[in-house]
Design a protein around this ligand. Structure first.
Ligand SMILES: [Zn+2]
Length: 340
């Protein structure tokens, strides 16, 4: 398991991260940085020494990204160490993003809407789902939606303590880490979802490979969604990777999956901007490693530059047309898969 989220091991860490964030918000003191580690090789193709891609400020922290010269993947380096990451997600991440550790009404509404879209998509692709595993299950909205639609047994993995308690209180089965799911000896799943999770993981290929080996039926399906480097803001402290459609397909392929389709879209936030990438895949015995085009790093820079320019243009000149208000989300139709 890549992200070690053992509650026992990190008993002290959440408090540290919590205090750190509380102090950082309340008092503008030069606090010592949490320990960080340099990423010495591309997390996708393992080529060493990426070149500088972007730097930005998230809260008070400098965040820097590299781009791989071979495959064009964009990844954060330096980044929080594994213990710090585990502590950050156990307690601190939600507070940093939405000002509170607990689920807000807006967050729950958005999760419910996203779950409806996802179930609509699953409904078009799969005849049935008997066992569903949701990695990063958050409030449990997707587990409930898949259960209600297919009668599936749902199991979640959610490191955030407050969100996990919220899901447990609703009668859902949720573990704090993949290691604890393995220990529980759960039967394999025929649907595994990881919605807006992969960009947070230190080693997404290893995590997906572990899921495939330990938790999936051979004929099962994997559904992933991540922010799109091109047109989503995508770069922030918690995002260790910024995927393009190519690098997401590459990640799934290297983890032992056959990609059925991968599509860029804006559902449900924007009908104009292609903010997200959704991918459907199945386990395979023949891992796919694609050939990389020349100048892959330049391509990633160009894709980002064009995407940011498009986002700025539409946001400035057509804001109401570009962005859908959360209130309208629940009336949206499910995402229709493309054939890209
Ligand atoms: Zn690479």
């Amino acid at each position: 398991m890549v992200v070690e989220l053992s509650a026992r091991r990190n008993q002290q860490k959440p408090q540290i991260a919590h205090e750190y964030n509380r102090l950082r918000r309340g008092i503008r003191l030069p606090l010592p940085p949490l320990s960080v580690e340099a990423v010495t090789a591309c997390p996708i193709c393992q080529r060493p020494r990426g070149s500088a891609f972007a730097t930005m400020l998230d809260g008070d922290r400098d965040v820097a990204y590299l781009v791989c010269r071979r495959c064009g993947h964009v990844y954060q380096s330096p980044r929080l160490g594994r213990d710090e990451l585990a502590a950050f997600y156990a307690m601190g991440y939600r507070e940093l993003r939405q000002g509170t550790e607990g689920p807000t009404a807006k967050d729950l509404a958005m999760q419910t809407a996203r779950a409806r879209l996802t179930v609509g998509l699953v409904d078009q692709q799969l005849r049935s789902v008997s066992r569903h595993l949701d990695l990063g299950s958050s409030s449990g909205a997707l587990l409930e939606a898949v259960r209600d639609r297919f009668g599936a047994q749902g199991v979640g993995i959610e490191p955030g303590e407050v969100y996990r308690r919220h899901a447990l209180a609703r009668g859902l089965r949720v573990f704090p880490s993949q290691a604890q799911l393995v220990d529980a000896g759960e039967a394999p799943f025929d649907l595994v979802t990881a919605m807006h999770v992969l960009e947070h993981l230190p080693d997404p290929i290893q995590t997906l490979a572990d899921l495939r080996r330990e938790h999936m039926k051979p004929e099962g399906f994997l559904l992933i969604e991540v922010p799109n480097l091109a047109e989503h803001e995508a770069l922030e402290l918690a995002h260790l990777h910024a995927f393009t459609r190519s690098s997401l397909k590459d990640t799934a392929g290297r983890a032992g999956f056959r990609v059925l389709w991968a599509r860029c879209h804006g559902s449900f936030r924007s009908p104009v901007l292609r903010l997200y990438i959704t991918l459907l895949a199945q386990p395979t015995h023949h891992p796919q490693v694609r050939r990389y085009p020349p100048f892959a790093a330049r391509r990633s820079r160009l894709v980002r530059r064009i995407g940011v320019a498009k986002r700025r243009f539409f946001t400035r000149h057509f804001p109401d047309w570009t962005w859908q208000s959360p209130e309208r989300v629940l009336s949206f139709e499910p995402l229709t898969p493309g054939h890209q």
